[in-house]
Design a protein around this ligand. Structure first.
Ligand SMILES: [Zn+2]
Ligand SMILES: [Zn+2]
Length: 245
């Protein structure tokens, strides 16, 4: 299993960057996780045909995670109508806000499916599960497991018990660190880098990879804060870099 970071900014891109989007691959299986602005361009540098995607999973319907799905629907819909793409792509997303969920569809580009905590997706040997995080809109963190290996993506979340449960014993935890401690308030809907480190430590993850960087921070201050709580293998995600799980 491996993951390529298409974009790691949030909630808007740094100059030249892109927002949340990750290509997960296992053998020939290809899953796009989140589709923030700037990620479709990057995705097409890696895959030759959009119908090579087995599915798309959207953690939540905030713009920095779905903006390029709005144009991906054109790419798939139009190429399907022209006979250049053979199939609609299954797209899993939270059903709320309903107006945003409904807006994703265009010319049957997607086979729309709602995420719930009960949902388990089986794709070849992969098992994909979900846990609801704490965020202003319904948002699901996810696990992808195969043969005892476990990949976890936090999605966007406040500090909560659920992220510790989700992350437990992960081989790789891809964890948002949208803020630094100095900017946290009661209303902050994101994890700080320090909290991400704590989650990685307590959940005994083998590798902790941070993402969802606010362009106003330097990468060094994010790294230093996360290090305060985590003494394992700590990675700052890099766009267009592929990581083995
Ligand atoms: Zn976000
Ligand atoms: Zn969000």
């Amino acid at each position: 299993m491996r993951i390529t970071v298409l974009g790691n900014s949030g909630p808007y891109p740094r100059p030249g960057g892109a927002c949340s989007g990750y290509l997960f691959e296992d053998g020939s299986t290809k899953i796009l996780i989140d589709c923030g602005n700037g990620t479709l361009s990057r995705l097409q540098q890696i895959i030759h045909r959009l119908d090579d995607l087995d599915m798309i999973i959207i953690s939540h319907l905030h713009s920095d995670h779905i903006a390029d799905a709005m144009v991906l629907r054109y790419a798939i819909g139009i190429n399907k109508a022209k006979g250049m793409i053979s199939k609609s792509i299954p797209l899993f997303a939270p059903g709320e806000p309903k107006a945003d969920f409904d807006k994703l569809q265009f010319q049957d580009a997607f086979i729309m499916k709602e995420i719930s905590e009960d949902l388990v997706i089986h794709q070849n040997e992969l098992s994909i599960g979900f846990k609801k995080m704490v965020h202003p809109v319904p948002c699901y963190g996810m696990t992808i497991e195969k043969n005892g290996k476990k990949f976890v993506y936090s999605a966007d979340t406040k500090y909560c018990d659920q992220i510790f449960q989700l992350a437990k014993d992960a081989d790789l935890l891809l964890c948002e660190s949208g803020v630094l401690e100095r900017d946290k308030t009661e209303d902050t809907a994101h994890l700080s880098a320090k909290e991400a480190g704590e989650i990685g430590m307590v959940s005994r993850v083998k590798k902790l990879m941070l993402t969802h960087f606010w362009p106003g921070y330097t990468l060094d201050e994010i790294l230093q804060e996360a290090k305060e709580n985590f003494d394992g293998e700590l990675i700052l995600s890099e766009e267009m870099k592929t990581y083995e799980i």
